[in-house]
Ligand binder design. Sequence first.
Ligand SMILES: Cc1cc2nc3c(=O)[nH]c(=O)nc-3n(C[C@H](O)[C@H](O)[C@H](O)COP(=O)(O)OP(=O)(O)OC[C@H]3O[C@@H](n4cnc5c(N)ncnc54)[C@H](O)[C@@H]3O)c2cc1C
Length: 378
Amino acid sequence: MKETSTVKHVVVIGGGAIGVSTAVHLLRQSVEVTLVTEAGLASGASGRSLSWLNSAGTRTDEYHALRMAGIERYRILSTQYPDVDWLEFGGGLFWDGNSAATGQRHEAETAHGYSSLLLDAASAADTTQGVNPDAIPEAAIFNAAEGWVSLPHLIDHLMEEFSRRGGRLVLRAGRAEVLTEAGRAVGVTTESAGEFRADAVLVACGPQTPEVVAPLGVHIADGSPVSMLVITEPGDHEVPPVMNTPRVALRPNPGKTLALDHDWYEEHITEHADGSFDVPRAVVDELVKEASDVLSGTPQLVAASWKIGRKPIPGDGEPVFGELEQVPGCFVAFTHSGATLALVAGELLTAEISTGVRHPMLETFRPERFARQERRTA
Ligand SMILES: Cc1cc2nc3c(=O)[nH]c(=O)nc-3n(C[C@H](O)[C@H](O)[C@H](O)COP(=O)(O)OP(=O)(O)OC[C@H]3O[C@@H](n4cnc5c(N)ncnc54)[C@H](O)[C@@H]3O)c2cc1C
């Protein structure tokens, strides 16, 4: 789109954290928004995300800068709403049982100025609360600047503003497809709610994003695995930091519950023909037991609910943001770290959609890189 862009109305497909965030940012710029989603809000990855706000580990400078900007936006939100129970910055504790690898991770983090304390077991136990000191191996990393958010709560919060600013919400629309005329996006058509015309369309469909743009002749490589999030029953355990350990990742969750995640159980998940998933209860209980073992006092935890579905991960692991070169007026947002990035991505995409000016921080993450890769390998 050109710098003279006069976008007045945008249809956003996808009621997850990124679609809702972008919708609200567009409304703040006085752009009219119709938010269309297949089922309910937060019915995709945002409804079952660990949503650890971080830029930990090894990554490119560009991706790190974007994630740090993402964390900063949550810091601002946290300052504005200090009393909410769905957004906290209690730090993150990491260990993987391999001291050499932990040391390398710490070096990579400090190399780009990320707050990263390499601790022995005793100091790690002293630095954090709620953690079982016996579970900590010889080396662990504490990242003091990290936090977590509950995305369904964030979505509720943003939707209050969406309604106040006059956004139009279309729930249970069934699958939406992008409509084009003369190669340009002009709106969307849906299975159950009809057609919506607009000056631009944002496809923020989480793991479904590649299949939504495929009919437009656009290839985005997809590496989205199946994953699960378990929520525990409320308990009186101390509130731990976000924890990433070899057998469980966990974070606090509103209502004195915990959210648990990992990937070792992926092979136990069965996908059915209708697209639903199942996992044996014993696997859920094993994950819960792993969580109990890393918490102080090894509390009796019980799984209250669990959700399974695809975790959005582009084929090369990097985010995909921006306008499709082949389909002007159609923008995409597809990323693994969508919890960390939700607020900043909404803001930067809004700037691009409403002004037509490409934002330099998104330049590395353009969708057309996959087409170029295909051409190179052809
Ligand atoms: C288990 C797990 C752990 C994670 N951990 C982290 C983490 O620690 N830190 C982090 O930053 N991120 C994490 N993520 C990733 C993050 O949660 C996602 O990147 C983010 O929630 C994606 O939001 P979204 O709005 O892009 O997509 P989604 O939340 O998936 O929303 C997309 C919406 O679009 C709808 N939709 C799809 N196709 C169509 C269609 N054709 N028509 C209409 N509607 C459609 C879906 O129904 C859905 O509601 C994790 C994800 C999972 C699943």
